[in-house]
Design a protein around this ligand. Structure first.
Ligand SMILES: Nc1ncnc2c1ncn2[C@@H]1O[C@H](COP(=O)(O)OP(=O)(O)OP(=O)(O)O)[C@@H](O)[C@H]1O
Ligand SMILES: [Mg+2]
Length: 269
């Protein structure tokens, strides 16, 4: 099993869109048993997968020990795909939280995602909130690797540096083996600025860039409004913006790079 956090401290760059659509591609196209964990009090990934009015057990119930993680998972859209719903009251864990208490929460999350996820799961995708707070740190502490999602612009460039500082802190305190699994450039427009930054990121982060950079595609927000990943939205509404294909390409590279399937074959033999 590989746990991968989808990250950038900057808000609105497409972390949730990538988390949801990558999870769908890993489940449906790569055939991997996938769990999407919504670790953001905004609960956007939960709404994207399950609709705005979802109600049921959620991450905070599991963390408080009220319900086993297995019982909080909701299967949706595909037999290989399950969601651990996020919770607005995740913010309560941060209030007045001193360092030892924060550390206990982070280790509690790590234990939960190590011991609580069903053992037949092959990949866990964790959507994280903007900012460098408790829940980003908890997701990084509980993960084997992390993916960076960035717009091709200067704000994301500084966001990457800020994130890498947080990663250093989390490695030192909780998770020395945390690996960088890739960078996804998202929301690329046909402007000189975006072309320039795409080129710069492609050079600096050549070894970790997952291709192709994702262009602006209205189907990504249309599918979100319909509470579906683009993979299933395009099939159901018979549209073809090729957005689903782009996520499938990225999912395939991620699988090859991280060796998720190798682990599976090693397990099977
Ligand atoms: N490539 C894209 N083309 C068009 N719209 C996109 C694209 N990527 C993301 N969006 C839209 O941009 C908005 C922000 O995306 P998203 O919620 O995924 O960002 P985020 O990084 O998770 O935000 P936050 O930091 O608040 O968690 C959403 O409305 C989403 O549908
Ligand atoms: Mg989000």
């Amino acid at each position: 099993m590989r746990r991968i956090a989808i990250t950038l401290q900057k808000g609105g760059v497409g972390k949730t869109s990538v988390a949801v659509n990558l999870a769908a591609a890993l489940a449906a196209d790569q055939g991997l048993r996938t769990v999407l964990v919504d670790m953001d009090a905004q609960c956007n990934a939960t709404a994207h997968m399950l609709g705005d009015d979802f109600s049921g057990p959620m991450l905070s119930d599991v963390l408080r020990g009220d319900i086993p993680l297995r019982d909080a998972l909701v299967q949706c859209h595909h037999e290989n795909l399950r969601v651990l719903p996020g919770a607005e009251d995740l913010v309560d864990f941060e209030r007045g939280s001193d360092d030892p208490r924060r550390a206990r929460t982070i280790m509690g999350v790590r234990d939960m995602l190590t011991a609580g996820i069903p053992t037949d799961t092959e990949v866990v995708i964790i959507d994280t909130p903007p900012g460098g707070g408790l829940w980003l740190q908890a997701a990084l502490a509980a993960s084997d690797g992390f993916l960076i999602v960035a717009w091709p612009d200067g704000f994301s460039a500084s966001g990457i540096l800020a994130l890498l500082n947080t990663v250093d802190d989390v490695r030192a305190a909780f998770n020395p083996n945390l690996e960088l699994d890739g960078l996804i450039i998202n929301h690329v427009r046909h402007t000189a600025g975006h072309r320039g930054y795409t080129e710069v990121f492609s050079q600096i982060y050549e070894d970790i860039l997952l291709h192709p950079p994702l262009p602006v595609r209205s189907v990504i927000s249309d599918a979100r409004d319909a509470a579906m990943p683009v993979e299933f939205y395009e099939r159901q509404f018979r549209t073809s913006s090729q957005a689903a294909e782009l996520f499938r390409d990225i999912a395939g590279q991620l699988v090859r790079r991280t060796g998720i399937r190798t682990i599976r074959f090693a397990f099977a033999s």
